[in-house]
Design a protein around this ligand. Structure first.
Ligand SMILES: *Cc1c(COP(=O)(O)O)cnc(C)c1O
Length: 374
């Protein structure tokens, strides 16, 4: 058997008629840039998230960069973020002209809220917590810190669309929530796409302006900006998928529950824990495994696609060597780096596929690590 990490074609087949029609409509209307389909998606995304303003953008990285830039963050400023994330969470800080400050993670793989305060200086201007894998960050603690030190709060929600904290969706609890619609994300386009949501009208207007060459009204350029627009085709594709996203999120949770049940008997692996009062959206299902490197290889050889999110924590990447940090500065994140393995999860995964994943993990520990002597 072959189990894909995520099968986007299977998802397409499940919505093919409505998707084909939506794509044909955009081409018929030649509504390729801005216009109806982009507008519709922004309003639908606002409604579903209960967020006042959605600014559609070319990708999720730009969402963080533009938010920082329009908050006036730049040269001489520091921004705190998680030591384990995709590089967008930190490279955007540098792009804006500021310095990234990395903080260790907790047992839920997300920024350790208790560790943040010791990294706050008079240069700190914002915190970018990352709801990694779909896990939810300890938001009350981070919100309190932002209030105490007057810091901006940008939630990197790229991996946590419709995850919940005390009944509230991720991305709606800070100044700005940023989203990626990269195809493999829970709500994925058929190319690059992203957005930001906020309840701050002024900030929304500034971000919208910056993303469109500094203009809200054609040929009136208040400032210089960039071109970071969501295109009509991607917007229409996202609108189709948005109708299914809550059901798909629920399916991911059911599959995670099933994995929790069938994998619990395997002693050599630790299953993902979920923080109290939160709902995980399982963008990823991440195990911590003994003999991780060998397990990775064994699963791949048996047709089970698997990844590491991420193989090297951000501060230890070559591009951040200038910060002079070592593994000792991030003990938990570094420990996770040696142990994590993401196994296939997506709404359309079948029970027999999950059973096969379990069997493949089990056979590794019983036959390979503890071979029966003959
Ligand atoms: C995917 C991702 C992004 C940015 O996404 P793009 O749309 O690819 O630019 C940002 N942060 C995290 C944590 C992500 O996983």
């Amino acid at each position: 058997m072959k189990v894909l990490f995520v099968d986007l074609h299977r998802q397409y087949l499940s919505i093919k008629p409505e998707m084909d029609e939506a794509i044909a409509n955009v081409i018929r209307d030649t509504a390729f840039i801005r216009g109806k389909y982009v507008n519709d998606f922004e309003r639908e995304f606002e409604t579903l998230n209960k967020a006042p303003y959605c600014i559609s953008l070319a990708n999720g990285t730009d969402a963080i960069y533009i938010a920082l830039k329009m908050m006036g963050i730049g040269q001489g400023d520091e921004v705190i973020t998680a030591s384990n994330s995709w590089i967008s969470s930190s490279e955007t800080i540098t792009q804006a002209g500021a310095k990234p400050v990395f903080v260790d993670v907790d047992k839920y793989f997300s920024i350790d809220a208790d560790e943040i305060e010791q990294h706050i200086t008079e240069r700190t201007k914002a915190i970018i917590p990352v709801h990694l894998q779909g896990h939810v960050v300890d938001m009350d603690k981070i919100k309190a810190l932002c209030k105490k030190y007057n810091l901006f709060l940008i939630e990197d929600t790229a991996q946590a669309q419709f995850s919940e904290y005390n009944g509230q969706y991720c991305g709606t609890m800070g100044d700005v929530g940023t989203f990626s619609f990269y195809p493999g994300k829970n709500l994925g386009a058929y190319g690059d796409a992203g957005c930001a949501i906020t309840s701050n009208f002024e900030l929304a207007q500034k971000m919208r302006m910056y993303a469109n060459h500094g203009s809200l009204v054609k040929h009136q350029h208040e400032i210089e900006g960039i071109n970071s627009r969501l295109d009509g085709l991607q917007a229409a594709i996202l609108s189709v998928k948005l109708k299914h996203i809550l059901k798909w999120t629920e399916l991911r949770r059911q599959h995670a529950d099933y994995y929790n049940e069938i994998l619990s008997e395997i002693e050599e692996i630790k299953l993902p824990k979920v923080r109290q009062n939160t709902k995980h959206s399982y963008h990823l299902y991440v195990l911590r495994a003994k003999k991780r490197d060998e397990l990775t290889k064994h699963l791949a050889e048996n047709g089970v696609e698997n990844f590491r999110q991420y193989p090297v924590i951000l501060p230890l990447l070559p591009c951040y060597q200038y910060l002079g940090k070592t593994a000792k500065d991030f003990p938990t994140a570094y420990k996770h780096q040696q142990e994590i393995i993401s196994i296939p999860i997506f709404p359309e995964i079948r029970e027999e596929e999950m059973n096969y994943v379990r069997d493949s993990i089990k056979s590794f520990y019983t036959n390979y690590i503890h071979p029966v002597s003959i």
